[in-house]
Design a protein around this ligand. Structure first.
Ligand code: SAM
Length: 447
C-alpha cells in the first residue's frame, strides 16, 4: 500500500472527508498512459478518447515510445490526460479566430506548448520558454519534432519578460510545483515532498506570476496550472493575484461525467482533477482575464534579420515555404519565419535568450544547400521534392541511434529517410556508404 507523507495524508483526509478511502484506492490502480496526436502530420483516431481533448487518446498499455520511430517523427506526444484539460481552457476563453501572441512560460519538456500551437490558428505566434538551459534544449528538440513554423523557443527568466509590457494575448504558467498529483505516476515525488517545499513552491509561483503579469495585454488571458492539490500553491495564489491586480476568473463549462471538480475560494475559480474521479492524474487549472489597462511595448525593429536573396528563395521555394513565410539568413543558416512576425521576432530575439526561431531549412555552402534536420520534421516539408528512402523498423532504429545504414547503394546525394512514410531525417548517400545525418544529441542511447 502507498505510504503518503503524514502531513499530506492528514490534510487530504480532512479535505476529501468521505472520499478519502476512494482516493487511497486509486493508488492501487496503475496510472493511465495517454498520447496526443499531431493531426498536421497524421490524421488518425484511436478507440479510447480523452473526453476533453480532441486529439487525446488513452493507450491500453505503455509501449516503449523510445523504440517507436513514429514518436521521433513527431506524430504524437506522450502526455498525461488531465493536463490536456488546457484545451478546454483555451477553447473556452480565447478567440481562436484571431491571431494570438501566446507565451508558454514554464514550457519544458513541451507537452503544453505542442498542445497550444496545435490549437492556435496559423496566423498566431507561440513563445515557448524554459528557464533551465538543459531543459530548454529538450524543449527545442520536442518543438522541432512537432514541426510547426510559428514557434520561438527561449531560455529566459520570468523577470526578463517585464520588457514586453502588454504584449501577450495569452500566457500559460504551468508552474513548477510540489507535484502531489504525480504521487501515483512517479513515486519519487513522494520522497521529495515536504511542507517546507510546498511553502517554497508557493512563494516561487507568486514571484513568477508577479514577474509575468505586466506582459499580459488588457483583457488578455492567463492560464495558471499545477499538478498539485494544496491550497497554498493553487487557490491561495489566485487569491493573492486577485488582491494585487484587477482580474476576472473565467468559469469553464465541463461535462459532469468527466469527474473534474470546480474549486472556489472567494472570487477565485479553479478546476481540480483527482485520480479517484478522473481518468488521469492530479491537476489544477484556472483561467483569469486581466481587467486593467496595460500599455503595450513599442516594437522597434533594428532589421537585424537579413532576408534571403531572390536567388536563394527561388532555389528553396520547392523545399518547404508556405506562402506567408519568409526566408532569413542567420549567417549561413537559412531559416523560415512567419512573414507577418519578422519584425517582432527580431525584437523578441534581442529582448530574450533565443534557442530556436521558426524552422531551419538549410545551410548554404558556396552554391550548395545542405538540408537541416528541422526541415525534415516540418509539417510544411514538400516531400515530393526530395529523394526518399522508406526504412524498415530495424533500419529506422539504427538511423535513430545514428549507426551505419546499408541503403541506397550506388546512389549519391541527400535523401530523406522515412518510416511508415513519416520523415525521420536526412542521409547523405556517397555511392558506397551512407552518411547518417541524425543530430548526435538526439540519438537513441538505449541498447
Ligand atoms: N509545461 C510543461 C509541459 O507541459 O511539458 C511542464 C512544466 S513543469 C510543470 C514546470 C517547469 O518550470 C519546469 O520545466 C521547470 O524547469 C520550470 N521552472 C523551474 N523553476 C522555474 C522558475 N523559477 N521560473 C520559471 N520556470 C521554472
Amino acid at each position: 500500500m502507498i505510504e503518503f507523507p503524514p502531513a499530506f495524508a492528514l490534510r487530504m483526509e480532512k479535505s476529501l472527508q468521505h472520499e478519502w478511502s476512494s482516493f487511497i484506492d486509486a493508488f492501487s490502480k496503475e496510472a493511465t498512459t495517454s498520447i496526443r496526436i499531431n493531426v498536421k502530420k497524421k490524421k488518425i483516431t484511436l478507440p479510447n478518447p480523452v473526453l476533453w481533448a480532441d486529439s487525446g487518446y488513452y493507450l491500453d498499455k505503455r509501449p516503449s515510445f523510445t523504440l517507436d520511430p513514429t514518436f521521433h517523427a513527431g506524430t504524437y506526444y506522450v502526455q498525461e490526460a488531465s493536463s490536456m484539460l488546457l484545451e478546454q481552457a483555451i477553447k473556452q476563453a480565447v478567440n481562436l479566430n484571431e491571431p494570438i501572441r501566446a507565451l508558454d512560460l514554464c514550457a519544458a519538456p513541451g507537452g503544453k506548448s505542442t498542445h497550444i500551437v496545435s490549437l492556435l490558428n496559423d496566423d498566431s505566434l507561440l513563445i515557448s520558454n524554459e528557464v533551465i538551459r538543459t531543459r530548454a534544449s529538450v524543449l527545442s528538440e520536442n518543438i522541432q519534432k512537432w514541426g510547426y513554423g510559428n514557434v520561438i523557443v527561449t531560455n529566459s527568466d520570468p523577470s526578463d519578460f517585464e520588457k514586453l509590457t502588454g504584449y501577450f494575448d495569452l500566457i500559460v504558467v504551468d508552474a513548477p510545483c510540489s507535484g502531489e498529483g504525480l504521487f501515483r505516476k512517479d513515486p519519487n515525488t513522494i520522497q521529495q515532498w515536504s511542507e517546507e517545499n510546498v511553502l517554497l513552491c508557493s512563494q516561487r509561483q507568486q514571484r513568477i506570476l508577479a514577474d509575468i503579469w505586466p506582459s499580459l495585454k488588457e483583457n488578455g488571458i492567463l492560464i495558471y496550472s499545477t499538478c498539485t492539490y494544496n491550497e497554498a500553491e493553487n487557490e491561495n495564489n489566485l487569491k493573492w493575484l486577485a488582491n494585487n491586480n484587477q482580474v476576472e476568473f473565467i468559469p469553464l463549462k465541463l461535462n459532469s461525467d468527466w469527474g473534474i471538480e470546480e474549486v472556489k475560494k472567494g472570487k477565485a475559480i479553479g478546476y481540480r482533477c483527482l485520480p479517484h474521479k478522473v481518468k488521469g492524474e492530479g491537476f489544477f487549472i484556472s483561467v483569469i482575464r486581466k481587467k486593467e489597462a496595460a500599455q503595450s511595448v513599442s516594437i522597434k525593429s533594428k532589421n537585424s534579420f537579413q532576408l534571403a536573396s531572390k536567388k536563394i528563395k527561388d532555389c528553396l521555394i520547392d523545399w518547404q515555404l508556405p506562402h506567408d513565410y519568409d526566408l532569413v539568413m542567420l549567417d549561413d543558416l537559412i531559416v523560415s519565419l512567419p512573414g507577418q512576425y519578422i519584425t517582432e521576432i527580431d525584437f523578441l530575439s534581442r529582448s530574450l535568450k533565443t534557442v530556436l526561431k521558426g524552422t531551419a531549412i538549410a545551410i548554404q555552402k558556396h552554391d550548395k544547400f545542405i538540408p537541416e534536420h528541422s526541415l525534415a520534421l516540418s509539417i510544411y516539408l514538400n516531400t515530393s521534392n526530395f529523394k526518399t528512402i522508406e526504412l524498415t523498423l530495424e533500419e529506422a532504429i539504427l538511423y535513430l541511434k545514428k549507426e551505419t545504414l546499408m541503403i541506397g547503394e550506388g546512389e549519391r546525394g541527400f535523401s530523406l529517410v522515412t518510416y511508415q512514410h513519416m520523415p525521420l531525417g536526412w542521409v547523405n548517400l556517397l555511392g558506397n556508404r551512407v552518411n547518417n545525418l541524425y543530430p548526435s544529441g538526439w540519438r537513441i542511447l538505449m541498447r
